[in-house]
Design a protein around this ligand. Structure first.
Ligand code: KG4
Ligand code: ZN
Length: 351
């Protein structure tokens, strides 16, 4: 079943402020980006080695109206042209989410526009709509700093989590081992780059790869990595950072690709979406493409371009368009929900 694109011009102004990017986008018919303004706090958060919630909230306050004005200008639209206002209301940092929720509520109220509450993780999945129409049923692999999930979607708006991480998220593991190598936060991209110059010579464990489920675990790998580095330091031995990065990344990729393709086979889906910040990983993208070609799978593998893999307002606009069509609306009572999960997608909303 393929999505129908609407004939009318539906314009959604979408806000994203769940973590350390303030982003506002204008999306036409859920699939065309008219503007996607992203103000990153990475340089400011780098010196803390991670995201400090209070610092993130303050940045959002400073940036959000500027981003909204810039998005409207870039898109050449006025408030009168808009169909709805959308916003991420969870999961994420509560203070950060509240800034986006307040801004979206104020604009929706002032211009009498419908308000559409969006689950951040659903946004990552629907980022793929900005690349091509989604074909259901499908499986989405969500790999970010806070999540590592396999989601089965029978149709639009239905999310069934079939696999999850038991401990660290994949991106979190990248950031933690990066810190051990002295790399600045967020370390995923830097590990990715280092890995391309090294070899998988340490053969770290492939946790849960053979287990008959779709769950993941990365904390054992992280400990094995840290122990290897510390033991070498105690012996005064210098290890190749490129080989360490390549070995770590090979373990993450092996487990994710093996279990995801097993799920694809068992669920008989023809489209696989990879989304979230870690979907930017070049080793992971290449390995999926290789395996799909080698196994001769009839699988449409969709990965959004790099700028749509990280947090951004465009993905929230793409998701909101589906929710809008389904009649999902928020009202003045909409609140941030820091631990919002897929089964509760409709909580806080009226339908
Ligand atoms: O989706 P995202 O932007 O924010 C969350 O919602 O978490 O994901 C951020 C995560 C960070 O942990 C970052 O290190 C990781 O994505 N990341 C990568 C790469 N680029 C970003 N991990 C591996 N390889 C990359 N190229
Ligand atoms: Zn995210």
């Amino acid at each position: 079943m393929q999505e129908n694109s609407s004939q009318t011009r539906e314009l959604i102004l979408a806000f994203e402020s769940s973590c350390d990017e303030t982003s506002v986008a204008v999306i036409e018919n859920g699939e065309k980006i008219l503007a996607n303004v992203i103000a990153s706090q990475i340089n400011s958060q780098k010196r803390f080695g991670g995201v400090v919630p209070e610092v993130a909230s303050r940045h959002h306050v400073e940036q959000i109206t500027l981003c909204a004005e810039e998005a409207m200008t870039q898109a050449h639209v006025t408030y009168a042209d808009l169909t709805a206002v959308a916003v991420t209301y969870g999961p994420g940092l509560v203070g950060a989410l509240l800034i986006g929720v307040s801004a979206a509520k104020a604009i929706a109220f002032a211009h009498q526009l419908p308000l559409i509450p969006v689950n951040h993780m659903a946004g990552h999945v629907y980022a793929a709509r900005l690349v091509k129409p989604l074909t259901y049923p499908l499986i989405a692999l969500l790999v970010s700093g806070g999540h590592t999930e396999l989601v089965y979607m029978r149709t639009a708006g239905q999310f069934e989590i079939i696999g999850d991480t038991r401990d660290d998220a994949a991106g979190e593991a990248f950031d933690k081992v990066g810190r051990v190598l002295g790399l600045a936060y967020p370390a995923g991209g830097k590990i990715d780059h280092l890995a391309s110059q090294g070899q998988d010579s340490f053969h770290f464990p492939r946790a849960m790869i053979k287990e008959a489920n779709y769950d993941f675990s990365f904390s054992g790998l992280k400990s094995a990595f840290i122990n290897t580095v510390h033991n070498a330091q105690q012996r005064g031995e210098a290890l190749s950072h490129a080989d360490l990065a390549a070995s770590f990344q090979a373990s993450v990729i092996d487990v994710i690709v093996t279990k995801t393709l097993r799920a694809v086979k068992q669920y008989g889906v023809q489209q696989l979406i990879m989304a979230g910040g870690v979907a930017a990983n070049s080793g992971l993208r290449d390995r999926f493409r290789q395996e799909i070609a080698q196994r001769d799978l009839e699988l449409d593998f969709v990965v959004p371009p790099l700028r749509l893999c990280g947090d951004n307002g465009a993905m929230i606009g793409a998701a909101a368009h589906v929710l809008y069509a389904q009649g999902v609306r928020g009202d003045a009572h909409l609140n941030a929900d820091p631990s919002l999960s897929f089964p509760y997608l409709a909580a806080n909303t009226t339908k």
